[in-house]
Design a binder for this molecule. Sequence first.
Ligand SMILES: [Zn+2]
Length: 439
Amino acid sequence: MAELLLSGGTLIDGTGAGPRPNTSVLVAGDRIVAVGAEADAAAVTGGATVIDVSGLTVMPGLIDAHVHVTLGEPASNDELFHRREPAAAAFVAAHSARRILQAGVTSFLDVDGLYNIGPALRDAIACGAVEGPTMKAGTYALMTAVGGTAGRFIPDQGTAGYAEVVRDKDEMIRVVRRQVKDGSDVIKVHVTGSIPNRPGEIQVWTREEMKVVCDTAHDLGVTVGAHCRGDAATLDSILAGADIIWHASYMGEAALEAMVEHKVAVGPVFTFLANLNQYGPKAGATSSVRDVFRNEMEQTGAMLRRAYDAGVPLLCGSESGFSITPYGHWHAREMEVFVEHLGLTPLEAITCCTSTNAIALGQQGEVGTIEAGRRADILVLEGDPSLDVSILGDKSRFRHLLCRGRQVELAPVPERTPLPSERAAPWSAVSLTWELAHS
Ligand SMILES: [Zn+2]
């Protein structure tokens, strides 16, 4: 089997250990087979191809625990719910997967999305028909008719956009089973949702209903991720058996205690809000939502830090898939937020985005660290991310990327232009009143 030696780099292995200078990594096929002096020795006898990476950092490929690869970067719920056709969305998702890969992401969890494209894309990548990171995928997010973050775009029954409405416990069981048959690795539940005339998100599932979903999913060997913006929703989801809490916004003492007791993984997925808050105006975003991030961080950040200190796995997800979080640009951003707002060291944040994130994929011991026997997902870059984690967002620093042992072409994929009818096209930005016309 052809061997490849990454020779003499500084290794950040993803376990939380500090950088180790002059540490080679030997790859054979899709595996890391040796690290350090053992790698150098084996390469001499084995006749490996040698790549000199001295002066560069060698680390695990990034893992993104929260992506929506099928949404196609909508700028509004109107686009997301009314302007996405299955076949076109699938082709665009294949393009998006390559962009994610070139951002140094060698595997990701597609938490939910349109139609059954997620599992289909996962399988297309696995069989070599499409180039992309290794995927785990869900399909539609389960909602009650008042659920979701799209108000009245959520129908009373059936599917719309990324939503599938379940009306009673029998239907919850039926839909979970069908999603598993359709290839889902995970079930996503929107435990809180928004409706137009109420502020924030309200809990729209009971603990008993969540338990029905969790029990059915677990019986079939798949995990459950619960979207919770609210304290009681987080508590009820944990007690019902959810495996991952997404957001955990405004979590209180009881929910924190349950999270620590059950060691349920939590992914705040702050990147969307952080981007809106910091860079929104550059993208023409309205400023009314900018305070949301500050408020949510103040109330949630301290609790998440306590959870992290108590041993709760903290997952790193980017929410890539929207116009504020386009594919291939923001997969390292959550680490910056962890450093800035939760007080993690850059090295701790890197560990979240590599070995800890393997939990989201159910692939602990397979990916996320540079150790003999692990899959050869390796990023080589200029600079030391253990001093400044933000450099992981700068693709111009990347020198080599291995995904499943294969070298990835780092020349950027050409950007695409919008498909016909993909974008909402207003007749005007404001109403053309008589006064405006004559002003
Ligand atoms: Zn999401």
